[in-house]
Design a binder for this molecule. Structure first.
Ligand SMILES: NC(=O)c1ccc[n+]([C@@H]2O[C@H](COP(=O)([O-])OP(=O)(O)OC[C@H]3O[C@@H](n4cnc5c(N)ncnc54)[C@H](O)[C@@H]3O)[C@@H](O)[C@H]2O)c1
Length: 302
């Protein structure tokens, strides 16, 4: 059985598949090359770059499984694959800890001005006076929008830091954690920090736009490590300019890589920006590689 891996996989993952007797070919393919070559393979593993379109699925005459190392399946025609009896597999929990840690890192970075103070020091300055007025996380209220895998990991860490945690998730009604589940409006009105950990649903308005920001405390810090578009970037920039939003940590953007139009947001002095690196840790990548490899092995041996 042959597996094509187009966007890379950690060595632990490819080793596991080889040990299970699968032939693993790792190479980047253009959309045209993928269409031409997919017929030779029994499974494909992608990350975000490769699009598994209807045409690719039709051309993959021997395809028995489609795997994505990561959470979402946005770049795969899931329903079409299902209609052809081809399972689409992903690694939902493998990066949760890494993303939660990045969300907490953005909270610290924005609370203590790590982004700009570091840049000013590189320019030879000693900007101690500019960075008085930092705030502690301890004792503050973290409001989570989305209380799934990543939201819960974030809550654990925030509780460990002595934060109070409240959360809104329309599909979660109980928890054994010391987290108060409440309405979205309660989260918006009562949180000092708001961190988003919910899916992007295409066609739906941003979970946090101008109306939601208006309901927040003045001085709120907003962190988006979920998906670009769950926070309206214009509304966020307006909130920062007006002083309603004290700071923002942003890992994900409406367009990635960002366009010139988005530069005002990432250049804002109270924004801590990272280029979609939530899952980019050695530990998460190893877990992703192992988990998707095992799922492909199971699917091909079934
Ligand atoms: N930054 C990164 O690199 C990175 C990496 C992995 C995942 N993510 C993103 O993080 C987000 C959360 O991932 P997860 O693994 O926790 O997913 P999950 O499915 O475990 O949890 C998402 C939760 O959001 C809830 N939800 C759905 N609609 C909601 C709404 N309107 N309001 C509030 N809650 C809502 C769901 O009920 C679910 O409990 C996703 O958007 C995912 O794509 C980002």
């Amino acid at each position: 059985m042959k597996v094509i891996v187009t966007d890379g996989i950690e060595k632990v993952g490819s080793d596991l598949m080889k040990k299970a007797g699968l032939e693993v070919v790792e190479k980047k393919l253009s959309p045209e090359e993928l269409l031409a070559e997919i017929a030779n393979y029994n499974a494909i593993i992608v990350r975000s770059a490769t699009k598994v379109t209807k045409e690719v699925i039709d051309a993959g005459k021997q395809l028995k499984a489609i795997g994505r190392g990561g959470v979402g399946l946005d770049n795969i025609e899931v329903e079409y694959a299902k209609s052809k009896g081809i399972p689409t597999l992903n690694t939902p929990g493998a990066s949760s800890i890494s993303v939660a840690e990045l969300a907490i890192a953005h909270m610290f970075a924005t609370s203590r001005f790590l982004n700009t103070s570091s840049m000013e020091m590189r320019e030879g300055k000693w900007p101690k006076k500019n960075y008085a007025g930092g705030v502690e996380l301890t004792g503050k209220t973290l409001g989570l929008l989305g209380f799934g895998n990543i939201g819960r990991e974030c809550a654990k860490r925030a509780l460990g830091l002595g934060m109070k945690v409240i959360a809104f998730d329309p599909f979660v009604k109980t928890t054994d954690m010391d987290v108060k589940l409440c309405s979205k409006d309660d989260v918006l009105a009562n949180a000092d920090y708001i961190s988003l950990h919910l899916p992007l649903i295409k066609g739906e308005p941003a979970a946090v736009g101008a109306a939601e920001i208006a309901k927040m405390k003045t001085g709120v810090i907003i962190v988006n490590c979920a998906r670009g578009g769950v926070v309206d970037e214009k509304a966020l920039l307006d909130g920062l300019k007006e002083g309603k939003v004290a700071a923002a940590g942003v890992d994900v953007f409406m367009n990635e890589p960002i366009t010139d139009a988005q530069k005002e947001l990432i250049n804002h002095p109270r924004v801590s920006a990272t280029p979609h690196i939530g899952a980019s840790t050695n530990e998460a990548q190893d877990r992703i590689g192992l988990e998707i490899a095992q799922k492909i092995i199971d699917a091909l041996k079934a």
